[in-house]
Design a protein around this ligand. Structure first.
Ligand code: PEP
Ligand code: MG
Length: 571
């Protein structure tokens, strides 16, 4: 038996057979597996087919956005580029002359165009290189038809443990939990979205195993302990027996401890809600005792599609959610793409610092049509449930005002549409940028609630990229600065009469429940599997303890001291 120690990301003990996946996520010009060449005629047909699909997708997007959208001019240019007969001719010539695959030929032609435009003096023409890359990505997506998981997953056997260098959120969102028993990767970080999704789906996951994974081959029998981060290759019978006993005991204990009613501390009701990954796992979420959905990342819903869902489709999605939720509160976050969350059909320009770049509300402001579609669908579905709208990546007052104005525009437009809708849906904001934290008092005047997005708030406050393993030790929820900042946000919100919940992964950390109660946090939202644990922590905190612990913690000057102290008081 070989034991590989990694970092436990999602708990659970499972056995299964290894399946090595070496694919690369799609999304950048030039990436992805090159398909084998068939005949030149077939390759030309494949190229034409990919262009037609890309054109349809773009036209669909333009219909959703509507003619008033600010991005319409750009999209018109992209459509023209896609349909340029010269492009089709160049690719066809390359295929015939050099017996290349459609993808290889297209990449060569694309490269040539990009270089040509990048070398131009005129800044306007120079900037067109980005449009060409964008158009290229649209076609490449259909040409590459990424081999994973669409084709490869079909051949996975039940009980597969996926072994990969790294995984993208798009890869994980499509994994079938009936087939994939566990995930082990070389690289990754607990707040990367691929792993947040794995946790939400309840797939035991281990990361940070590095090159140790090279010793694993396809079909090797293995066991994972996702909580402890241990990978057992060819586990002995003794190890299997030991884990079988422990696993059952822990499971039984957790279920027994799950309070079915809202928990309270010092007489205050503290709802513990779920961060949902999709509609299919709602039954599982309620079984864990969730008292609502505190965060629905709609970009995840959109990731498993091949184009943006239109208003009717989104209305159906959200109203299904309402019907399955039986009156529980539902917080729908508007699209937060960018960072590590690209949509395969919405290429974003390559960026040096994507997390500090084009994401969340910033993209929405460039595509008001997309935002309108989503808001209208939510307002219509809100007739069937208790919805709240949550805005991601707010850093300025203007962004909040823009979004609220858009909600008013959506209401006016719905009034003349004849559709039933709810006009008084609360609009809240994620506090996940230090800029927003510092003007929390001002934002609190115009927002209806706050949700603390600590995954981002910590990375921005401590300048430690949440995806960068090299700075993992700096990305630390115990840092005294994080506590001061959260305290200040909650105090400012409460002074304005606003409630604050936390939906970042920090909310699920068992060591911080007590001081968060001390800060007066009003609600928690976390991955469903940890709900029983956190509810239990809240329930068993005796009156007065949380405030005392917080006061002591705030006197400490470094993260290690905070962590040791919290360990001491929780054991
Ligand atoms: C966060 O930043 O804490 C958050 C919940 O948003 P996301 O992880 O989707 O960026
Ligand atoms: Mg965030």
């Amino acid at each position: 038996m070989v034991i590989i120690q990694g970092i436990g990301i999602a708990p659970g003990v499972v056995t299964g057979k290894a399946r090595i996946w070496k694919g690369k996520p799609l999304g950048v010009v030039g990436s992805g597996a090159v398909q084998a060449v068939t005949t030149p005629e077939e390759e030309v047909r494949r190229f034409d087919g990919a262009v037609s699909q890309a054109v349809l997708e773009l036209k669909d997007l333009m219909t959703i956005l509507g003619p008033e959208d600010l991005s319409m001019d750009i999209l018109d240019t992209h459509l023209e580029l896609l349909q340029d007969p010269q492009l089709a001719q160049d690719v066809s010539d390359k295929i015939q002359a050099y017996n290349l695959s459609a993808q290889e030929a297209f990449l060569e032609v694309l490269q040539h165009y990009v270089l040509l435009f990048e070398a131009m003096e005129d800044p306007y023409l120079k900037a067109r290189a980005d449009d060409i890359k964008d158009m290229g990505n649209r076609i490449l997506k259909y040409l590459q038809q990424a081999p994973f998981p669409t084709q490869e997953e079909a051949s996975f056997q039940a009980g597969t443990i996926l072994i990969a260098e790294d995984l993208s959120p798009t890869d994980v969102i499509k994994l079938d939990t009936k087939v994939i028993a566990g995930i082990v990767t070389q690289k990754g970080n607990s707040t990367s979205h691929a792993f947040i999704i794995a946790r939400a789906k309840g797939i035991p996951t281990i990361t940070g195993c590095g090159s140790e994974l090279d010793q694993i081959s396809d079909s090797d029998f293995m066991m994972l302990d996702g909580g402890e981060g241990k990978v057992f290759l060819y586990p002995t019978k003794d190890t299997l027996d030991l884990y079988a006993g422990n696993g059952q005991a822990t499971q039984a204990k957790v279920i027994q401890l799950t309070p079915t009613v809202a928990v309270s501390n010092n007489g205050k009701q503290i709802p513990v809600m779920a961060n949902a990954s999709g509609l299919e796992d709602l039954d599982r979420i309620w079984a864990y005792g969730a008292e609502g959905i505190g965060l629905l990342r709609t970009e995840w819903l959109f990731m498993s599609k091949d184009r943006f869902p239109n208003e009717e489709e989104q209305f159906e999605l959200y109203s299904n959610l309402a019907l399955k939720s039986k009156g529980k509160p539902l917080t729908i976050r508007t699209l937060d793409i960018g960072g590590d969350k690209p949509l395969p059909y919405f290429p974003l320009p390559p960026e040096t610092n994507p997390f500090l770049g084009y994401r969340g509300i910033r993209i929405s402001m460039d595509y008001p049509g997309l935002f309108q579609t989503q808001v209208k669908a939510i307002l219509r579905a809100a007739v069937f449930g208790q919805f709240r709208i949550l805005l991601p990546m707010i850093a300025t007052m203007e962004e909040l005002r823009w979004a609220r104005k858009q909600v008013s525009i959506a209401i006016t437009s719905l009034q003349s549409s004849g559709h039933a809708f709810e006009s008084s849906v609360p609009v809240g904001i994620m506090i996940e940028t230090p800029g927003a934290a510092l003007i929390a008092d001002l934002l609190a005047r115009e927002a209806d609630f706050f949700s603390l997005g600590t995954n981002d708030l910590i990375q921005y406050t401590l300048a430690a990229d949440r995806m960068n393993e090299k700075v993992r030790q700096l990305y630390d929820p115990f840092h005294p600065g994080i506590w001061r900042l959260i305290k200040s946000i909650i105090d400012q919100a409460h002074a304005a009469g606003l409630k604050v919940s936390m939906c970042g992964e920090m909310a699920a950390h068992p060591l911080v429940t007590i001081p968060l109660l001390g800060l007066g946090l009003d609600a928690f939202s976390l991955n469903p599997t940890d709900i029983p644990l956190i509810k239990n922590n809240i329930q068993k905190t005796p009156p007065g303890l949380a405030e005392k612990v917080l006061a002591n913690l705030l006197k400490m000057d470094h993260a290690k001291a905070v962590q040791s102290y919290l360990k001491e008081i929780t054991t």
